[in-house]
Write a protein that binds this ligand. Structure first.
Ligand code: SF4
Length: 333
């Protein structure tokens, strides 16, 4: 039930034992580096805005979905916001409050709404305005720390309101690498059906219960459409409310079409909710890299860009097939 520097860690809850395979000290070093990168990015957004915006949106962020798809546990250990959220706990200042039952029941939809707002606002402001992006990063960092001071364990952020939580759950369904959490030393039992403790059961355990599964299914159903809209709908001019309204109108149309196809296929072919969720998770991952492949290829010499573009799309397709098989094998429905 406890961990320490340089030793393997085992945590027991509800009869389930997980074993960390890296010394905690290594994780702490990597977490320090990850928070340092964020601090450098925030400073960079003020002193070298164009270069830092390019680094964040074209190099850093495109790696995150791949990480979540292959090893969500790695992301959960290295995410700088998790580290900041757990910093008070490491310093003995962690909170002891529990979320109210209402928030426990509805944090799933709140985290989805936060993700949709933040990502869609990239098109309005965060893609180009370095000061606004720095403000967002500072705001999120402060919120994560505050929730760590107030609420028990990770319950105030990582397992409740974090905007990435739904993507983690969606992409974590067929993850190949099972990396155990490193933050909770020891576990304080802050979250029911904690996905960190039961990483091997990630397909079902974090979404167990009617409300979480409903939220995950809802998110899965709209997410491919949301990604299409992000890349296909023209960016509005900042503060032009008509254009911004039109952009959100298109987002709603794309998400509605995506959800309609989801439920039509589910009913017509009698596919279970969890299998449809897995299928749409793989689709969203492919759509994201389909649009990002040319962007990633553009970092290579001109002569190779087309080949890199094709290679990324083929690799992503192949990886998704393996992921699909893995995810389907883990579910019995
Ligand atoms: S998030 Fe909460 S329940 Fe999960 S391992 Fe950490 S302390 Fe335990």
């Amino acid at each position: 039930m406890e961990g320490g520097l340089g030793v393997k860690t085992s945590v027991l809850q509800d009869g389930h034992v997980s074993h960390a395979s890296f010394p905690v000290s290594i994780w702490r070093l990597l977490q320090f580096i990850s928070v340092s990168i964020v601090i450098v990015c925030i400073v960079g957004l003020f002193v070298r805005p164009d270069l830092t915006l390019f680094f964040i949106w074209n190099i850093l962020i495109p790696v995150v979905p791949l990480l979540l798809f292959v090893a969500p546990g790695l992301w959960r250990n290295l995410c700088p916001l998790v580290t900041l959220n757990q910093l008070p706990r490491m310093m003995g200042l962690g909170g002891s409050k529990r979320l109210s039952p209402w928030f426990v029941a509805h944090c799933g939809i709140i985290s989805i709404i936060l993700l949709l707002i933040i990502v869609s606002c990239r098109k309005i402001v965060f893609n180009d305005n370095a000061v606004a992006l720095a403000g967002l990063l500072i705001f999120l960092a402060l919120i994560a720390i505050f929730m760590g001071v107030r609420y028990k364990g990770k319950s105030g952020w990582c397992t409740s309101f974090c905007p990435m939580l739904s993507v983690e759950r969606l992409y974590g369904q067929g993850a190949a690498l099972d990396i155990v959490h490193s933050h909770c030393q020891p576990c304080v039992g802050c979250t029911k059906h904690c996905g960190d403790l039961k990483s091997k059961l990630r397909t079902s355990s974090p979404v167990r219960g009617k409300a979480p599964m409903t939220y995950l299914m809802f998110f899965a159903s709209i997410f491919p459409g949301f990604i299409f809209a992000y890349y296909l709908v023209p960016d509005p001019v900042m503060l032009n409310w008509l254009e911004i309204g039109r952009m959100y109108g298109y987002f709603i149309v794309y998400c509605s079409i995506s959800a309609s196809i989801f439920f039509l296929v589910k009913v017509l072919f009698r596919i279970s909710s969890i299998k449809m969720t897995i299928l749409y998770g793989a689709a969203a991952f492919n759509i994201y890299y389909w649009f990002n492949a040319p962007l990633m290829g553009s970092h290579f010499p001109l002569d190779f860009q087309k080949e890199v573009d094709i290679a990324i799309r083929v690799l992503v397709g192949g990886l998704s097939l393996l992921w699909l098989v893995h995810a389907y094998r883990k579910t019995s429905h």
